[in-house]
Ligand binder design. Structure first.
Ligand code: GRF
Length: 198
């Protein structure tokens, strides 16, 4: 008998990947407990999604912390409070500091809307579209100290169609993200089963 893995999902914005994770849990495709949602943005729609789904939600506003390290300490403290086993970055627009990465090494996942190592960083879909590459995609990877540099867990290609608009490509990439992220999370958790008596 194994206890259910506890996720903390960190979001800064719309939260569609958070929603995909919530939906996957509901439908039984993902066997986890979402212990908390942490947002660094008071205006994030992800906060509303958490509330609508009765998930504990914490706002950590960077403006209230004088240093990066103080903000990282606050994140670590919340992760500890909710006994998170896994840290799931879902559109979290902050680089986690070395203390957080070290404390949760190989337990922090991120989703990126491109085929890493191509197009790391922000506006990845737009940059791939502008570069007219024939194929882009989605990557789920472990988080290390760099920007989108950690070991890759799962990737899926998305071909850019002839004459495709950026909006259409964005829509198709997000559809892949919403399918791929729950699958990657389940895969990683299955490889790291946590004993019940931990
Ligand atoms: C996604 O495209 C994700 O790949 C990137 O940020 C976006 C977040 O979207 N890291 P949402 O907030 O989950 O809707």
């Amino acid at each position: 008998m194994l206890s259910q893995a506890r996720l903390a999902v960190l979001c800064s914005g719309f939260g569609s990947n958070l929603q995909a994770i919530i939906d996957a849990v509901r439908s039984g495709r993902l066997s986890v407990q979402i212990a908390s949602v942490i947002s660094d943005n008071p205006d994030a729609y992800a906060i509303t999604r958490a509330r609508q789904n009765n998930i504990s939600c914490v706002l950590l506003n960077p403006k209230e912390y004088s240093t990066r390290s103080a903000m990282d300490q606050a994140i670590l403290s919340e992760l500890g409070k909710y006994q998170a086993d896994w840290v799931i970055l879902a559109g979290f627009m902050r680089l986690l500091g070395p203390q957080v990465v070290a404390a949760y090494r190989n337990r922090i996942l991120n989703i990126h809307p491109a085929l890493l190592p191509s197009f790391p960083g922000t506006h990845a879909i737009k940059r791939a579209w502008e570069a007219k590459v024939p194929v882009t995609g989605v990557t789920v990877h472990f988080v290390d100290e760099g920007i989108d540099t950690g070991p890759i867990i799962l990737q899926e290609e998305v071909k850019i169609l002839d004459g495709e608009s950026l909006e259409n490509l964005e829509k198709r990439i997000h559809e892949v993200e919403h399918r791929l992220y729950p699958k990657a999370i389940q895969q990683v958790i299955d490889k790291n089963k946590i004993p019940n008596n931990k």
